[in-house]
Design a protein around this ligand. Structure first.
Ligand code: FE
Ligand code: CA
Length: 521
C-alpha cells in the first residue's frame, strides 16, 4: 500500500481508540520536536494481560535531567506502532500516547480490535528515539477449540543473588505466555555471596521503588524475556516488603504509615508492568490495586491469577516483637475457620468461577506452595505460618470446593519457596484416606538463593505428597497444556552466577486429563 492508501487505512482503523484510560491529556510537545540527549527507552518494552481481542503494550521512558524541559511540565508524548510481521512491513494499528512525571513516564497502551490467537510486533517512538521491537500474542477466542497453551512459570528474581540466564533461555522458547507469580523485585539486600549489588537503599518511597525497578529492568536478559512474550503477572510480598500481610508488615508499622508505603510500591509496580489497571484512586492512600483475574484460553483452559498478599489475614501466632511468618509447633489460631489467604471476596469469586467453568483445564496461578511442607519432629509437626500451611482452613475450603463439585483437571501453579515441586493435592495433605483431586507445580526461583538441603530433605520425608522437591537449582518451568495432557519441564542451572551459564532439564512430569496427580515423564 502506498502512503496515501496507508493514511486512509489508518483513519479507518482503530486509530486513537487504543488509548488507555490511564493516559491523561497533558500539555506536551509534538513528538517530532524532541532530540534526546540520552536514549529514553532504556528499560525496554513489554506486553501482557492479553485477551482475545486486545493486549497491553508497555514502556517507561527515563527522562534525563539534560532532557527535562521546563516548559512542558515533564509531559512527553509519542507514538506506538503495531505490525503483523517481524519485518514491520504490514501495519495493523498505530496511535499516540502521552505520559508525565506523575506516572514515572510510564506508558500503558491497551491495543484493541486485534485478532484472536495472533502474534503481533510493536514499538514506541518519541521524537528521534525509537524503542526496541517487542512481539506479543492475543489469547484465543473464548469458545475456540485450542490445541495448546504453552507457558513459562517463573518467580523470585533477587537481582543480587544471580544473573538472569533463566530469562535468556525463556526468551528463546516458543511460548504463548509467561506467568510470573511474584517476587519480581526484592526490597532487601544481603551482602553475603552477592553476584551484583542493588544500587540504592531499601525502597520505601515511590521514587525509591521506581529506581529499584529501573535497575531490575535494565537487565538485558529480563528485557529480552519481556520483549519476546506477553506476561501475566501476580505479586507476592517482596514487591512491597518481606512477609507483609494486607495492612500489616513484620515490623508492626502503624497501618496508616505502612499503607502509604504499600501505595508507593503498588504504584511503582503498575508503572513497570504491562497491566490494565493501576491503583484504585478511591482506596485509602491509593493502596489497593486489583490484580486477580481469570483469563479464558479458548475452551482449553481457564487461568486464574490469585492475590495471596493484599487481602490475607495476618500470619497466625506471630512473634509480638518481630511479626511476619515463622515456624511454630503449637498454634491454636491456625484452626480458626474464618482466617483467609485470599480474603472472603476473592474466595467467593474463585469458587463461583471454578463451579461455572466449562473449560478443560482449571489453572490456579498463585504465589506459593499449595501442598504441605510441615516437618515431623520429636516435639510434633512444625508449621511455617506464611505459606498455605499457615491458612489450613482456607486451603481446605478450596480443596472442598474442588472435591464437592467434582471439578476435574485443576492444576495449581506456584512459586515463592525457591524449589521445584510436583505434588498431589487432597482435601487433607498427605492423608491417603482422601483421594488425589488436583495437581500442583511450583517453580524454583529465577535467581533467589535456595533453602538448606537438610530442611528440604526433611520436608520430602514428612510429605509424601511432594513427589518432587528440589531447592538446589535455579530456573523456571515450562508447562504445555493440550486437550489430553499437561507436560511440565523444570529447566534449571545449579547456580546462575555467570552470564554464560545454560539451563538443562531437571525433570519432566505429566498429568493426563481426568487423572489428577503428576507422574514422571
Ligand atoms: Fe522469593
Ligand atoms: Ca515471597
Amino acid at each position: 500500500m502506498d502512503r496515501r492508501q496507508f493514511n486512509r487505512w489508518l483513519r479507518a482503523s482503530a486509530y486513537g481508540l487504543a488509548m488507555s484510560p490511564w493516559m491523561v491529556p497533558a500539555r506536551a510537545q509534538t513528538p517530532a520536536e524532541r532530540n534526546w540527549k540520552t536514549a529514553p527507552f532504556q528499560l525496554g518494552v513489554a506486553s501482557g494481560s492479553p485477551r482475545h481481542d486486545s493486549v497491553v503494550i508497555w514502556t517507561r521512558l527515563l527522562v534525563d535531567d539534560a532532557d527535562r524541559q521546563a516548559s512542558d511540565s515533564d509531559a512527553v508524548s509519542g507514538r506506538f506502532e503495531v505490525y503483523a510481521d517481524e519485518a514491520l512491513r504490514r501495519p495493523v494499528t498505530r496511535g499516540e500516547w502521552r505520559t508525565d512525571a506523575s506516572r514515572g513516564h510510564s506508558v500503558h497502551v491497551i491495543v484493541s480490535g486485534l485478532t484472536p490467537a495472533r502474534t503481533y510486533w510493536y514499538r514506541f517512538l518519541c521524537g528521534d528515539a525509537v524503542s526496541t521491537v517487542g512481539s506479543t500474542q492475543t489469547a484465543p477466542a473464548p469458545e475456540a477449540d485450542v490445541s495448546r497453551l504453552r507457558l513459562a512459570l517463573a518467580s523470585c528474581q533477587h537481582y543480587e543473588h544471580g544473573t538472569y540466564v533463566a530469562h535468556r533461555d525463556l526468551a528463546k522458547q516458543d511460548l504463548d505466555l509467561v506467568v510470573f507469580v511474584g517476587d519480581y523485585i526484592y526490597e532487601s539486600s544481603n551482602p553475603r555471596n552477592r553476584v551484583r549489588a542493588h544500587r540504592g537503599p531499601e525502597p520505601k518511597t515511590l521514587a525509591e521503588y521506581r529506581d529499584h525497578y529501573a535497575q531490575y529492568k535494565s537487565d538485558p536478559d529480563l528485557q529480552a524475556a519481556h520483549a519476546a512474550h506477553p506476561w501475566l503477572l501476580m505479586w507476592d510480598d517482596h514487591e512491597v516488603v518481606n512477609d507483609y500481610a494486607n495492612q500489616t508488615d513484620a515490623a508492626y508499622t502503624d497501618p496508616a504509615v505502612f499503607l502509604a508505603r504499600r501505595a508507593a510500591a503498588y504504584q511503582a509496580y503498575f508503572e513497570h508492568q504491562p497491566l490494565r489497571l493501576g491503583p484504585d484512586p478511591a482506596s485509602p492512600y491509593k493502596a489497593s490495586m486489583r490484580l486477580h483475574h481469570r483469563l479464558p484460553w479458548g475452551r482449553l483452559a481457564d487461568l486464574w491469577t490469585l492475590d495471596c498478599r493484599q487481602y490475607r489475614d495476618p500470619q497466625a501466632c506471630a512473634d509480638p516483637v518481630k511479626g511476619g511468618g515463622r515456624v511454630v509447633l503449637q498454634c491454636a489460631e491456625l484452626g480458626q475457620p474464618q482466617r483467609s489467604m485470599l480474603g472472603a471476596e476473592q474466595e467467593k469469586w474463585l469458587y463461583q468461577g471454578l463451579q461455572q467453568s466449562r473449560r478443560q483445564w482449571k489453572l490456579l496461578a498463585q504465589s506459593t506452595l499449595m501442598g504441605s511442607s510441615r516437618v515431623e519432629t520429636p516435639m510434633g509437626k512444625t508449621t511455617y505460618t506464611d505459606g498455605w500451611d499457615g491458612y489450613p482452613m482456607a486451603r481446605r475450603r478450596l480443596m472442598d470446593c474442588i472435591a464437592d463439585n467434582q471439578i476435574s483437571d485443576v492444576v495449581t501453579l506456584g512459586g515463592d519457596v525457591h524449589m521445584n515441586v510436583a505434588g498431589l493435592l487432597r482435601q487433607e495433605p498427605n492423608d491417603k484416606n482422601f483421594p488425589v483431586i488436583a495437581s500442583e507445580f511450583v517453580t524454583t526461583s529465577i535467581s533467589s538463593r535456595g533453602r538448606s538441603e537438610s530442611l528440604i530433605s526433611a520436608v520430602r520425608t514428612s510429605n509424601p505428597d511432594l513427589l518432587h522437591a528440589r531447592t538446589d537449582e535455579r530456573g523456571y518451568t515450562l508447562c504445555e497444556f493440550t486437550p489430553k495432557q499437561c507436560l511440565t519441564e523444570f529447566r534449571t542451572t545449579p547456580s546462575p552466577a555467570g552470564t554464560s551459564d545454560t539451563l538443562r532439564v531437571q525433570a519432566r512430569y505429566l498429568v493426563e486429563t481426568g487423572c489428577p496427580g503428576p507422574q514422571p515423564a
